[in-house]
Design a protein around this ligand. Structure first.
Ligand code: F6R
Length: 609
């Protein structure tokens, strides 16, 4: 939540900051601002609203400078307004701060600083940082930052500049991510790598309790005690093109269409169709340890939680060990019981979700094995878990997760087969057959994506409804939840995901002609059961759209509209059933004129509790 950016170099600083903020906008978009240093003056421009409003304001009344910082906000303390937008200033106006995170003790700090004569202009927690640094500032900005951050409780990634020390940006972090871009005579600080890709692929990830001092001739790293640190630079393989729309109307649509390739990329090099083996030595947890795993606990939030539920069905079917799937925000506060022979899997696209990270830290105290499934390389969760299995989805910009969900399911399918193999729960022949089925999945996904006209028309027909019910059973129950979540978050239509068999225990009371049902009915072990559930709906005049196998003739007699998908091994149906539901949500949201890539009230990377 919130994105920060800083730049020192010879390019037009306002353009670099604006461009960077556009790439960080998925992190928050209720207000934005930049501050640039022009000689010994700081020029600040802040607006309520999106980066496009900031851009417009800067076009109408340009500001210039030689280096600067910028911010895109997802409000936590203080409503979205121009005053509460970052950057925030100290009393003198010679120092500004941008901040991602939450300062939990800001009220007590504010009271003390007020008594000392500091004058506050905003409702934000961030402003205390500016005044604290002002308080400690003698001649070195980094020393003042060092002293100030020791007084802060909570989470922060900050970038600070002061006209008293020209040509310098100081950044520090505890919690939210911060990455330093090392270009040719130009240097950056950013909340993630996306804004850096068009300038440099050489980066240094800042660890917690580290400070970086960026100048026009380089970046120097220190710990919070001021001790100098040697940091190794990483090379990022993502390309700048990956963060462009490339002809699609929205990032979300582009990312939906990328899914076959993303699944291929996540499977690639990790399975052998000659030996029938899954090759996952890379994950950093030894086969010996995995062999003794008795139980798996999957922890995640949102869409990643739904992928975790799919993982539960996969692991239980293939490995035959118990699996619990938990919301990170709940689990971290539970009196959970874990054994050393348990495996905790934390799934997170960003690898930065505050609740998932906190849950990982809490479970580690009980010493189970821990595996992260993350998309962002070097993210906090991927660094802090014992092992990591990366999804190869590339950067996801649309706030609603789509391609990373498919990539997470691919990683989970691989991991389930790997564990089954290690525990000798499947033989070579069975393993080979699963791997062959899995390998065919991306092509089948392409077939669905090549026939979207029908779904577009269907979406038009249903775009004015206010309520939808999504039903699935067994491994497609999580897809019902995910389909409903997609519709809710991007079109603001009420939708409920439910297991088909639970309908008669209450929700069936909702059914009438105004609440259509989207049912997921592939030919699997619960097919007949789903048909009975659907009959119960039909007799109550409910309208049913069913995602079903294209070779299923019977289903046409039971429902109003069939959305066909190719047939596939039942365990891998979620890869296919997900796609029509994502597209349905996308087209409906688009028809209703909703802001698909940046739905209201949301932010992609939820780095606060
Ligand atoms: C929904 C969505 C969110 C995220 C959730 C977890 O479309 O994107 O529900 O799935 O915030 O985020 P990560 O996976 O980054 O931990």
């Amino acid at each position: 939540m919130c994105g920060i950016i800083g730049y020192i170099g010879s390019k037009n600083v306002v353009s670099v900051l604006l461009d960077g903020l556009k790439k960080l906008e998925y992190r928050g978009y209720d207000s934005a601002g930049i501050a640039v240093v022009n000689g010994n003056r700081i020029q600040v421009r802040r607006v309520k609203g999106k980066i496009s409003s900031l851009e417009k304001s800067l076009q109408e009344k340009p500001i210039r400078g030689s280096y600067g910082v910028g911010h895109t906000r997802w409000a936590t303390h203080g409503r979205p307004s121009e005053d509460n937008a970052h950057p925030h200033r100290d009393c003198t106006g010679t120092l500004v701060v941008v901040h991602n995170g939450i300062i939990e003790n800001y009220l007590s700090l504010k009271e003390k600083l007020n008594k000392e004569g500091h004058r506050f202009r905003t409702e934000t927690d961030t402003e205390v940082i500016a005044h604290l640094i002002e308080k400690y500032y003698n001649s070195s900005l980094e020393k003042a930052v060092q002293k100030a951050i020791k007084r802060l409780e909570g989470a922060f990634a900050i970038a600070v500049l002061s006209t008293k020390e020209s040509g310098k940006i100081v950044a520090a972090k505890v919690g939210p991510p911060a990455v330093v871009g090392l270009g040719k005579k130009e240097f950056f600080i950013s909340s993630d790598i996306n804004p850096l890709l068009s300038h440099t692929q050489k980066v240094v990830f800042l660890e917690d309790k580290e400070i970086v001092v960026i100048k026009g001739d380089g970046a120097k790293f220190f710990d919070f005690e001021g001790k100098s640190l040697e940091k190794k630079a990483d090379h990022i393989s993502w390309s700048p093109l990956m963060v462009e729309k490339r002809g699609f109307k929205h990032f979300m649509l582009k990312e939906i269409f990328e899914q076959p390739q993303v699944v291929r990329d996540t499977l690639n090099g990790r399975m052998s169709l000659d030996s029938g083996k899954v090759l996952l030595d890379e994950i950093g947890i030894s086969p010996q340890i995995l062999k003794n795993i008795k139980k798996v606990i999957i922890i995640a939030c949102g869409t990643s939680y739904h992928a975790g539920l799919v993982g539960k069905y996969l692991i239980e079917s293939l490995v035959q060990i118990p699996v619990d799937v938990e919301f990170a925000s709940e689990y971290r506060y539970r009196d959970f019981i874990l054994d050393k022979e348990d495996l905790v899997i934390v799934i997170s696209q960003s690898g930065e979700t505050a609740d998932s990270l906190a849950a990982l830290r809490a479970v580690k105290k009980k010493k189970p094995s821990s595996l992260a499934i993350c998309n962002v390389v070097n993210s906090s969760i991927s660094r802090e878990a014992e092992g990591v299995l990366y999804t190869h989805a590339g950067p996801e910009i649309g706030v609603a997760a789509t391609k990373t969900f498919s990539a997470q399911m691919a990683a989970l399918a691989l991991f389930s087969l790997y564990l089954a193999q290690i525990k000798r729960r499947i033989n070579r022949k069975e393993s080979l057959s699963y791997l062959q089925d899995l390998q065919r999945v991306p092509h089948k996904m392409e077939k669905i994506l090549n026939q979207t006209d029908f779904l577009q028309k269907l979406s038009l027909q249903f775009s004015s409804f206010s309520h939808f019910l999504y039903l699935g059973r067994w491994i497609n129950f999580p897809i019902a939840l995910e389909g409903a979540l997609k519709l809710k978050e991007i079109s603001y239509i009420h939708a409920e995901g439910y297991p088909g068999g639970e309908m008669k225990h209450g929700p069936i009371a909702l059914i009438d002609e105004k609440m259509p049902t989207l049912a997921i009915v592939p030919k699997d072990r619960v097919y007949e059961k789903m048909l009975s559930n659907l009959s119960e709906i039909k007799t109550r005049i409910g309208y049913i759209l069913a995602v079903a196998f294209e070779n299923d003739k019977e289903i046409h007699k039971k429902v109003d509209i069939v959305i066909p998908i190719p047939s596939v091994n039942p365990l891998f149906t979620p890869f296919l059933t997900t796609l029509p539901l994502q597209l349905f949500a996308y087209y409906i949201a688009s028809i209703r004129g909703a802001d698909v890539d940046q739905p209201r009230n949301l932010a992609k990377s939820v780095t606060v509790e």
